[in-house]
Design a protein around this ligand. Structure first.
Ligand code: 5GP
Length: 124
């Protein structure tokens, strides 16, 4: 069975898309910790990031670097890069702008218009 992220990549589940190339895909997290919270995923479906072969791992990290730099330019804050992976068994990297209002375990409820506005800013 495909993971929820594979369904997003395939367009079977909607998302706020930020970036795509042949090996990676990025979209806004549905439960953002801060405005702009983005997930970067490999198209190949593996559970843990260290299950990726070197080529896919390097492609993922190249996209992380590209999007993190762009996020910093757009948001005016250092970009935080985090790997957790306890919820969705499809490797992914979280990118979040450093935000002084961030609180552990708290997520934001953003309106669709706000999600779209931030997508338009961050999309590459
Ligand atoms: P982790 O596995 O690293 O703990 O977190 C998985 C992340 O995926 C969570 O932050 C969660 O909000 C996000 N997530 C889970 N399901 C969906 C979904 O269907 N769409 C989007 N955009 N994000 C999701």
């Amino acid at each position: 069975m495909s993971s929820i992220f594979s369904k997003i990549i395939a367009g079977e589940i909607p998302c706020y898309k930020i970036y795509e190339d042949d090996k990676t895909f990025a979209f806004l997290d549905i439960n953002p910790e801060v405005k702009g919270h983005t997930l970067v995923v490999p198209k190949v479906e593996v559970d843990k990031i260290y299950d990726l072969d070197d080529e896919d791992y390097q492609a993922l990290m190249a996209t992380v670097k590209k999007l993190a730099k762009h996020m910093e330019e757009v948001m005016g804050q250092r970009t935080l890069i985090k790997v957790v992976g306890t919820d969705v068994p499809h490797a992914h990297v979280h990118l979040t702008p450093l935000d002084e209002n961030w609180e552990y375990g708290k997520t934001l409820k953003l309106a669709e218009a706000e999600m779209q506005e931030i997508t338009d800013k961050l999309a590459l």
